[in-house]
Design a protein around this ligand. Structure first.
Ligand SMILES: [Fe+2]
Ligand SMILES: [Fe+2]
Length: 220
């Protein structure tokens, strides 16, 4: 199929899967224990560092200028999100230890998987097109969570800055996929990488739910 058909099909498959994560389905307040804006922002902080570093690693290993600059833009945005979230944690009165070393326990499984991808078409399919589509859904849930918790400022930060950026990262991934997913092989590799990313996101969500009762940590 053409790249156009492929990207449309992949996008539709994603939407069908991501609907399972939609706010209405998962945001009925199962909020228990210490599920707070602060604790969710701590999860977000680590995600932003990992997203920054993956994009930065990928930007130096391609000669394709459009790809390089798309990853550069993403790395800059994720670093900006990191700083805004850390400042928000400070403003919320979280102790410095809460955000001193988000990578203290090492990188997560999604980071390791993305880091293992070798071709640009897989990277764009997994790290931008798919991961950022997941982020948009999760951030919408998080905004709703913040509003329920009465934290309008964090909700506004996500609604006005972070969520539009993540949506743009997904758009960058779409544009690059349209250019790169032109052969059957490239499409198969892209589909496989996208699938694994969705699986990992699903597994991580399940694990977070089991260990910490977290349903809707924000994504990047
Ligand atoms: Fe981000
Ligand atoms: Fe992003």
């Amino acid at each position: 199929m053409t790249a156009d058909e492929f990207v449309r099909q992949l996008g539709e498959e994603h939407q069908a899967l991501l609907r399972r994560l939609e706010p209405a389905a998962t945001l009925r307040p199962e909020v228990s224990g210490d599920l707070t804006v602060v604790n969710l922002l701590k999860v977000a902080l680590k995600n932003e560092i990992e997203a920054t570093e993956i994009a930065a690693r990928w930007l130096v290993t391609t000669d394709d200028v459009d790809v390089k600059m798309a990853f550069a833009r993403q790395a800059g945005d994720e670093a900006k999100h990191y700083r805004m979230i850390r400042d928000r944690l400070r403003a919320l009165g979280a102790p410095a230890a809460a955000y001193a070393n988000p990578l203290g326990k090492g990188y997560g499984p999604l980071f390791h998987y993305l880091d293992s991808l070798k071709t640009t078409v897989e990277r764009v399919a997994a790290g931008q097109f798919t991961r950022e589509a997941i982020a948009v859904v999760k951030n919408r849930q998080f905004i709703e969570f913040c509003e329920r918790a009465g934290d309008r400022e964090t909700a506004a930060l996500y609604r006005d800055v972070i969520e539009p950026d993540e949506r743009y990262h997904h758009q960058l991934g779409r544009e690059l996929l349209l250019r790169l997913a032109t052969s059957a092989d490239a499409q198969a590799a892209a589909r496989q990488a996208a699938r694994r990313t969705l699986e990992l996101a699903d597994e991580l969500q399940r694990a977070a739910l089991t260990t910490a009762g977290i349903h809707h940590a924000p994504g990047c």
